[in-house]
Design a protein around this ligand. Sequence first.
Ligand code: AMP
Length: 419
Amino acid sequence: MSIKINAVKGMNDVLPGAVGRWQELEAVAREVFALYGYREVRTPVVEPHALYARGVGEQTDIVGKEMYVFEDKGEDRLALRPEGTAGTIRAFIEHGAYVDGPQKWFYMGPMFRRERPQKGRYRQFHQIGVEAFGIAEPAIDAEQIAMVQDWLSRLGVSAALQLNSVGDPACRPAYLADLRGYLEGHAGTLCGDCRERTQKNPLRVLDCKVPGCQPVLQGAPRLLERLCQPCREHFAAVRAGLDALGVAYRVEPRLVRGLDYYVRTAYEFTSDALGAQSAVAGGGRYDGLVETLGGPPTPGVGFALGVERLALILEALGRPIPARRAAVFLISADAEGAAAVLRLSSELRKAGVACDLDARGGKLARQFKQAERVGARFALVLGGQELAAGEGKLKDMVTRTETPVRLSGLAARLREVAP
Ligand code: AMP
């Protein structure tokens, strides 16, 4: 008896017909990140649970509710990574990378959060993110934000940028105490989540989207107006940097991020094309985090972009999915032809020409059908007759016209007509 087994809820396959979009946005990311001096790091998808408890924060939804946690036999409590920053910092510290001065790293890969799946929100999703270590100056915040914009605009995507400062340990605690007091005073009109967060993580209350909570949140004290002098100066300099780089943004005093570690700069790119889950990328500064995770005091700033969401935007824009298709499909007319297509396909591939053939052989009509299915640009029938003449007919699969071609010059000809 056979049993059909489906993928885990909220975890998606990306099939060959759609993967070209992912490859395109990844390729553009690699190109742009290299232009800005970011180098790739690859870290495990499984890390000790303690890394996230400590690095992301026990009070966050991500660690408190959404992480996939398991016990390895006789080993530590482990977790599937819910985000990329903590693991990247763990690697940065573990390998002593800080001795080499400021570092710019990027990563790409799957993340796991047990959220309620909906459009743009999955339990396994993919992020492309960057971290710049060792630079406290606001110029790096601005440069990094400009890099996201550069990447998106090369893909033809325009996303709105919202910017905020969430203060630092010098100015935030006093503000949080005031905010908590204010929220407690209005607890009667806040939703259950907000009431819970008022105690655990009051900053996150500002992020609530429940309509009934909005009047109270509109009137809440604003951290931007309570920043200490160094935070104010940092924020002003990030803004000046963005202006100098020609990056448009809106200051959003209620923008907070779902992770505890942010200080000063917090930002988010959103797109109307996404519907409810409108955030495509988010980031900010996390100056104390390397130290919290056992490294030397090292400032840091980074962002992560959701690949599925960027792919959804490209789809909504009607961007065609790029794909490399066979320049020519070799079709065998008889036994001699069958041997010849194998030989010729090998020669063409060595010459860098993408080609395909129907390894089943058989009727011409079926082979032509397969040529169409794989989207080959041309088809060429080979049999004893063509081999004897050293010439065949190159059939254009789009215009349906045929032109004679010398078999010896096939690779060069195809590079001209189907580059
Ligand atoms: P975060 O790590 O929460 O700051 O998220 C950064 C980006 O990752 C977001 O802007 C989204 O584009 C993406 N993202 C976060 N959570 C999910 C999810 N559950 N499914 C798909 N994308 C996500």
